[in-house]
Design a protein around this ligand. Structure first.
Ligand SMILES: [Zn+2]
Length: 128
């Protein structure tokens, strides 16, 4: 039977980042829906982007606040108290949410998976 290799300690940060990356993509879809209603200063319910895979708490953010956080590929928002201080740093704190920043391996993984990091030069290709 295959024993797990002894890499758990090293991959923990990356594994935790994966949860946050997953919820970030969910939130991107929520924002796309929200944009159809307009109102960049209106509040919408996003999903907490903390490292806990069991957390499905809602966090209210205006689209403006959401865009501000999303402008950095290594930043995520979590409910106050949901930050994991072993793998992330709180860079902003408000009554409704905290903004955390990833560094190290987790930051690299988060940045690499940033959906806003458009590197595809064929974006303007027309078809039809
Ligand atoms: Zn959470």
């Amino acid at each position: 039977m295959g024993e797990e290799a002894d890499v758990r300690a090293d991959s923990r940060e990356e594994r935790l980042a994966k949860n946050e990356i997953l919820f970030r993509s969910v939130n991107e879809a929520i924002e796309q829906q929200a944009l159809q209603f307009g109102g960049i200063d209106d509040d919408y319910e996003f999903i907490c982007e903390c490292a806990s895979s069991g957390c499905l708490e809602h966090v209210k953010l205006s689209l403006r606040q959401y865009e501000h956080i999303r402008s950095e590929g290594t930043r995520f928002f979590v409910l106050p108290g949901h930050q994991d201080v072993t793998v992330e740093l709180v860079v902003e704190s408000t009554a409704r949410y905290d903004v955390v920043e990833k560094d190290g391996l987790a930051g690299i993984a988060a940045d690499a998976a940033d959906p806003r990091d458009a590197t595809d030069p064929s974006d303007f290709e027309t078809s039809g």
